[in-house]
Design a protein around this ligand. Sequence first.
Ligand SMILES: *Cc1c(COP(=O)(O)O)cnc(C)c1O
Length: 389
Amino acid sequence: MIPIAKPLIGEAEAEAARAAVLSGWLSQGAEVAAFEREFAELVGAPHACAVSNCTTALHLALLAVGIGPGDEVITASHSFIAAANVVRQCGGVPVFVDIEPGGFNIDPSAAAAAITRRTRAILCVHQIGMPCDLAALLAIARAHGIPLVEDAACAIGSQIRLDGRWSAIGGVHGDVVAFSFHPRKVLTTGEGGMLTTRNPDWDADFRRRRQHGMSVSDTVRHASDRVIVETYPVRGYNYRMTDVQAAIGRAQLSRLPGIVVRRRALAERYRELLTGVEGVTAPAEPSWARSNWQSYCVALVDGVDQLALMQAMLDGGVAIRRGIMCAHLEPAYKDHPAPHRLDRSERARDRTVLLPLFAQMTDAEQLRVIEVLADALAALCRPRMRATG
Ligand SMILES: *Cc1c(COP(=O)(O)O)cnc(C)c1O
């Protein structure tokens, strides 16, 4: 069976985790601080703050930009549901807008058209690793004086060209950027998240709130030769990352460049191989974007049944998944207002599938995916062609 994804993780991570355990300091200590420094350097961010996962990262990001009851946050429904949930967790209202034609990211013109007096932020998602049109989104956000929060859960290692210069997603183009280190993402710590920002006050706010709103950190109190009594100036949470996770993350960071090179090579080969397969179209990468290809999402031509294709591929030993979900179509959002048309989002959910892609995937495995896919599509398309003569 060829899986949909597989983390590239091994002895280096196991050894790092073992050393962290044996150090005797297990949560948010020196390893977390080192992981933050190395992460900030890698993406080119002034500040990086580690947290327990990307959902908690997004929560802290929205609190920092001031989202509260009744505030509208413009975002895509066609995304993992966590971002919309977090807006609601702040008491805010996710205002769903459609995705762009020919891609899976938020449509900047739809975002601009959705701005009202109550809009307090735009929350864009670099969907499955593909950078959003940040040039357009930043222009809109700046023109209206509202912050741009980037959900970069899947986008570690992706790059964008802005003003003629390539830079990493997270090198802080918008106001805050949130990453995930879940095993389905390109870099993993089991569970984990990171926030990058240029704003030192927000970074300080993240650090307080991730630790119950406490005025000083454990490491500062531990290292002090004077008694320090902490205070709790703000309401906080327990969103800490452990030192075991951070140690794994540091080992993963050194693998990241190689992982991204391999994923990009596999994506390029998929594109070439798919030109010979009828029934699907390969995803496009804009000239100003370099995706880490966290997922490889292909569109089905009309007449190909999505679930039947998934079953046929599973029968052939290849695990594929349906396209990205739409939050507004889930029961949890049944009573949520949907003032904007989301036709492209709904179509993308129902008319796409994700193909296996992971750094260890061999060329032979990739060829096998294409063979099984081509056979399945031929079988699924045949009855239709017979019917039409
Ligand atoms: C995975 C994902 C999240 C959630 O990340 P966790 O670390 O699991 O909380 C949020 N947004 C998007 C777009 C994701 O893909």
